[in-house]
Design a protein around this ligand. Structure first.
Ligand code: HAM
Length: 432
């Protein structure tokens, strides 16, 4: 008996009606990255579970609740919930970091988190991210933030707000944590159960709690910016100055703490109120200690990742322009088998030139072929019959105006027509 199996909750199919938009966004992101000397690094979708436990952090929601983990043989394996951990592992393992610094890489990857699905929150989602290794100066921070900002600008997305914060370093964070713990302990009974736990394990995460009674406490909590050590404070001031000179608007938000444990100093997010509760389109920050902690050379680093589903949602809601979905340049209709073979031969030669050309593969009548050509919005069409083959000429019809023009029925003849009536095929490919 036939059985229709449905997709898994929190996963999505991207049909051709959308996939050309994804291709466009990814192309723009990779193209902007190129202007910063950032090249793509591809890493596996599966990694040892230990990699994420150690880097993302044992007390985080991602590690505690959201990882897709399974055992194969004696190894515990996890579908990556994010891209930074695998990138750090790979740049150490492949020896990239041993080459001259900085090393700057980017990725377009599927990630997996077992979260409660809702708009903008999926179990399989996609990230474009960059990671920059070597630079400890705030110029590296401004550059990384500049990449994200340039991508949004190139996509015509101007309404995102950049929020920045510093969460300090091992010198100043413990001092701040003490102040934070003292404050929340004095309000212990008002805390949710999770926050009572966080108070012991990871006090910074209390600032992020969405439960109303906890969120109310946050506004009077001590803020880390008042507790930064000299080095972290200078770094943060340096970043603000660089964002100003590069004309990247920002707000300082002392409550941004991020949900992953590896961050030090700068953290940032690009947010919107246009797509509901899941409004963080991009998040990132510095992780100066992670590479050494993961067995590599001590290397300051930072990066970001943007969620592509959320990015596309916000682009749609902001009415951003997308390139047109590719349209058929020429429909090569045919009346019989010999003519259909001629159409196929011409199509092959025109495609080699970059044109989008179709001929009938369904054995349809001429009438049905033309109906189809119309439906898919072909720009030009012609019908090859016995007469056309004999005379070596065919009439090409403009599908909008209905006007026809007789041209030689040869690859060169059709090519010359297409070149003189349309742009160079290179210039109207996706994303141009
Ligand atoms: P993250 O904030 O966990 O950071 O994720 C980055 C972005 O991925 C989010 O801002 C959001 O747009 C998207 N995202 C996260 N979870 C989901 C989900 N369940 N469904 C849809 N989109 C989601 C990181 O992953 C860090 N690795 C970023 C980074 C790179 N920090 C330094 N380098």
């Amino acid at each position: 008996m036939a059985l229709k199996i449905k997709s898994i909750r929190g996963t999505r199919d991207v049909t051709p009606a959308e996939s050309y938009k994804w291709q466009y966004v990814e192309r723009v992101a990779l193209e902007v990255a190129r202007t910063y000397g950032i090249e793509e690094l591809r890493t596996p979708t599966i990694e040892k579970t230990e990699l994420f436990v150690r880097s993302v952090g044992e007390t985080t929601d991602v590690v505690q609740k959201e990882m897709y983990t399974f055992d194969k043989g004696r190894e515990s394996i996890t579908l990556r919930p994010e891209g930074t951990a695998g990138t750090v592992r790979a740049v150490v393992e492949t020896g990239l970091l041993a080459e001259s610094l900085p090393v700057k890489v980017c990725y377009v990857i599927p990630c997996f988190r077992h979260e409660n699905p809702q708009a903008g929150r999926l179990r399989e989602f996609h990230q474009f991210g960059i990671e920059s290794f070597g630079g400890s100066s705030p110029t590296a921070d401004a550059e990384v933030i500049g990449v994200a900002n340039d991508i949004f600008r190139r996509l015509g997305l101007n309404g995102l707000e950049l929020r920045i914060n510093s969460i300090g370093c091992p010198e100043c964070r413990p001092v701040y944590n003490k102040a934070l713990v003292a404050y929340y302990e004095s309000h212990y009974t008002e805390l949710c159960e999770t926050c009572k736990e966080r108070l012991r394990k990871n006090p910074l995460r209390l600032l992020d709690c969405k439960v109303e009674s906890c969120a109310r406490l946050t506004k009077d909590a001590p803020i880390i910016l008042d507790h930064l050590c000299g080095d972290c404070a200078v770094h943060f001031e340096g970043l603000k100055q660089r964002l100003q000179v590069t004309e990247i608007p920002f707000v300082v938000d002392p409550y941004i703490v991020r949900g992953l444990d590896y961050y030090t100093k700068t953290v940032f997010e690009f947010v919107t109120d246009q797509i509901g509760a899941q409004g963080t389109v991009c998040g990132g920050g510095r992780y100066d200690l992670l590479t050494e902690y993961m067995g590599g050379p001590s290397t300051p680093a930072l990066g970001f990742a943007m969620g592509l589903e959320r990015l596309l949602m916000v682009m749609e809601s902001a009415g951003c322009a997308f390139p047109d979905r590719p349209k058929c340049d020429l429909w090569l209709g045919s009346m019989g088998d010999t003519e259909n073979i001629k159409a196929l031969e011409l199509a092959a030669k025109l495609r080699a030139e970059g044109f989008y050309v179709l001929c009938d593969t369904m054995g349809r009548s001429v009438k049905a072929q033309m109906k189809y050509a119309n439906k898919i919005g072909a720009r030009y069409s012609c019908i090859i019959g016995g007469d056309e083959l004999e005379k070596g000429a065919v009439t090409v019809k403009d599908m909008d105006t209905g006007e026809g023009e007789s041209i030689p029925l040869t690859a060169d003849g059709v090519k010359a027509f297409l070149y003189s009536h349309m742009l160079d095929p290179d210039s109207y490919r996706l994303g141009e």
